[in-house]
Design a protein around this ligand. Structure first.
Ligand SMILES: Cc1cc2nc3c(=O)[nH]c(=O)nc-3n(C[C@H](O)[C@H](O)[C@H](O)COP(=O)(O)OP(=O)(O)OC[C@H]3O[C@@H](n4cnc5c(N)ncnc54)[C@H](O)[C@@H]3O)c2cc1C
Length: 362
């Protein structure tokens, strides 16, 4: 029997497509590159869904209107956002949760310590792993066929219409295909090529750690670009790049590797110099930009320095920090030039205005 819809990929986009196609009565086969234990792509690492709402909802407080969501999106993208698509996503975020619940997804209020998110983001109970597990369970229940360890290398098209997908030597035909196989974020060669060399002769991407799945290698993106004349749009160096602990594993470190205290202290590079306003765009930009900022520094390394007052005010890191009772001692432990580091911190402190500061009320 010919399959109606072949879904390539096994993360949130693929699973939602598979479930909706099946609900509409189509026969569906889903091909996931990863083995079952690692299924779910980057979606298995997520925590929450940013939701527009005009009044308090179950796990969301106050309101987060369309216009504010749109302005937040403009800030993180520097204005380069497709308005029609973005507004569609924003509006649908207000109404998609009942559908998600029907497929077994549970929500919980924001964690304490996760700034401002009680208003803007609905958290998945059990995180992204529970989200994708719920979808896979529902897919199985509805009769979606799922195959793991099935990376698609190429697809066949005829006059712009999908004909078949190839997994190794196997040719799989279907009436239609949804390609939802992620980006190229775990393809280190592609990242290297996109980022190139910096003025110091370094290849910054060689020092990147990929906190998401290792299975998003962009094989199909490349195939579509090279062999099917797909248009390349956007900038291959742009991404939601988060500053994570340099001791994190190369892949799949997930959210617990994120450095969360950036905006509560100062960040210096290997030359013991600050390179950006740590408090700028406190929310929601701070996560999305700091990976890129650190990537532009020598050695792609930064040091986030906090004093004792900040401890307990951010999500605790999974790796221990270096502690010292003086700036000089801290600099020595971090391998920074102590006089320069002390001067950097002194200049920062001298610029601070007296007063109280409550990061939960910005
Ligand atoms: C650590 C982390 C935390 C995040 N937190 C959040 C959050 O809290 N909220 C939020 O909205 N976003 C978050 N994101 C972003 C979010 O994960 C992605 O935007 C989203 O998961 C993308 O979904 P997707 O289905 O397009 O891709 P993915 O979920 O990455 O799925 C891609 C799938 O395609 C499969 N695949 C790849 N190549 C092939 C191939 N050739 N053949 C077959 N299958 C293939 C992969 O194995 C994978 O299953 C986070 C990302 C990371 C890394």
């Amino acid at each position: 029997m010919v399959i109606d819809v072949l879904v390539i990929g096994g993360g949130n986009a693929a699973l939602c497509a598979a479930l909706m196609a099946r609900e509409a009565g189509a026969s569906v086969l889903l091909l996931e590159a990863a083995p079952q234990a690692w299924r779910g792509g980057n979606s298995m690492h997520v925590r929450n869904l940013r939701c527009m709402h005009d009044a308090p909802q179950d796990v969301l407080v106050d309101a987060y209107p369309e216009e504010e969501f749109w302005q937040d999106l403009l800030k993180v993208t520097g204005g380069r956002t497709n308005e029609a698509l973005a507004r569609r996503v924003i509006r649908d975020s207000a109404t998609c949760r009942p559908w998600m619940r029907r497929h077994g997804v549970h929500f919980q209020p924001s964690l304490s310590g996760a700034l401002h998110t009680a208003r803007t983001n609905a958290f998945f109970m059990g995180g992204g792993k529970a989200l994708v597990n719920a979808y896979y369970r529902s897919a199985q229940h509805l009769g979606v066929q799922v195959r793991y360890e099935s990376p698609v290398q190429r697809i066949e098209m005829d006059n712009g219409r999908f004909v078949a997908a190839w997994v190794g030597d196997e040719r799989i035909t279907a009436r239609s295909c949804v390609l939802a196989a992620g980006g190229f974020e775990s393809n280190r060669d592609w990242l290297r090529q996109a980022w190139g060399q910096n003025a110091l002769g370094e290849w910054p991407a060689d020092n990147f750690l990929i906190r998401g799945t290792r299975f998003n290698t962009g094989v199909l993106l490349k195939h579509l670009l090279d062999d099917h004349g797909a248009d390349a749009i956007g900038d291959a160096t742009q991404a939601h790049m988060v500053a994570i602990d340099a001791r994190a594993p190369l892949y799949d470190g997930g959210i617990c590797t994120r450095i969360d205290c950036v905006s509560l202290g100062v960040v210096v590079n290997q030359a013991a110099q600050r390179f950006y306003d740590e408090g700028a765009g406190f929310w929601p930009k701070r996560y999305a930009i700091w990976g890129r900022l650190v990537a532009q520094q020598p050695g792609q390394i930064g040091y986030s320095i906090i004093d004792a007052k900040a401890v307990g005010r951010f999500m605790p890191p999974v790796f221990d920090g270096v502690r010292a009772d003086s700036l000089g001692d801290l600099a020595r432990q971090l391998g920074l030039d102590a006089p320069t580091f002390e001067a950097t911190v002194a200049a920062y402190n001298a610029a601070c205005r007296p007063g109280t500061f409550d990061h939960t009320r910005l």
